[in-house]
Write a protein that binds this ligand. Sequence first.
Ligand code: SF4
Ligand code: SF4
Length: 375
Amino acid sequence: MSFNPDAEGFLERPRRGLLCYVLTTGKCNLRCDYCGGSFPNHLVPSNVKYTIRDLQDFLSGVDELVIAFYGGEPLLNPSWIVKVMEKIDAKHFVIQTNGTLIDRLPRDYWLQMDVVLLSIDGVEEVTDKHRGRGVYGKVVEAARRLREMGYEGDLIARMTLTESNDVYRDVVHLLSLSLFDHVHWQLNAVWNPNMKRFVPWLFNYYAPELRRLIDLWISKLLEGEVLGVAPFKALSYAIIRGLNLGAPPCGAGWGALAVNTNGEVLACPIAVDASWARLGDIKTSTFVDLLEKVRIGFPCTSCDYGALCGGRCLYAYHERLWGDEGFKVLCRITKVLIDQLYDNKPKMEKAIKEGSVSLEALDYPPFLNTIEVIP
Ligand code: SF4
Ligand code: SF4
């Protein structure tokens, strides 16, 4: 099977929303070991250096605007979040937070968020090992409190997967809490300095547990339940419909841009020190003008998995922190995921045909909501 976007039958997924990440600060109150905490102030200042008027002008002409608050830890600068929510006419608001400071934003603003992503890596032992002691408890408590205050939007558990994880155990655990609508994960690849240790884990431990998780997801589908495993939903919907998810599927560069606190516009919110990602300045350009300036190219443009993988990640594609060899390793693991889901296409179609689940129930994300789709 070819999933090349040029292959016959692949449809362009209609663009749903344009996503603007707003970095509210470069500071973070945690020091997770895969990230290291705050950005240096010269790369991402702790305070915003442009005005709300600058942001309004920059975003003029954007239809179906999605604003995602990002950091550092965005809740270290709640007044900027409040100001943006009051002054910018967005269709959707999203926040990615470590979940330890939710008291800093008043309830009314939480209730206006369409998507809240809380960082949590799975069971307590794994989360606390990498994010700090007591973090798991705080994040679960934050999820509970959001629900108690009446938050009914999409609550996503956002995991960073390291060699400490068992993807089956940890995703099932997070879903079992009955707090999160969706779980999504990103592999701690490329930033991980220890490629030699990570790669054997990827194929010897992650891949078999991933297959087990897909088997569970399919069996639940046949019983009429769609587990909120974000990458499975997004990819399965695209497989069934023959859709091209975009390159990359997170939208970076073509549907999503980021505004740094210093006013720089970036193709990807984490690429704060990468010259290829610097597209312009909020004061001298508009969002729409800066789209499509940085693209994913070869080999992804001629790859058989291109319509679904889309190059996976614009940052990893350009930075190649693990070199070409490491890039190909990640291609291999992405293909494991896509192949395993594709092999289950007849079962998915059976579940839909027999009415156990509807095709629409798999349609995720409903707009560019910051999930990467490809782990
Ligand atoms: S990242 Fe690898 S698998 Fe994905 S489209 Fe590019 S070449 Fe293909
Ligand atoms: S998936 Fe990659 S390109 Fe997309 S937002 Fe994340 S780091 Fe940036």
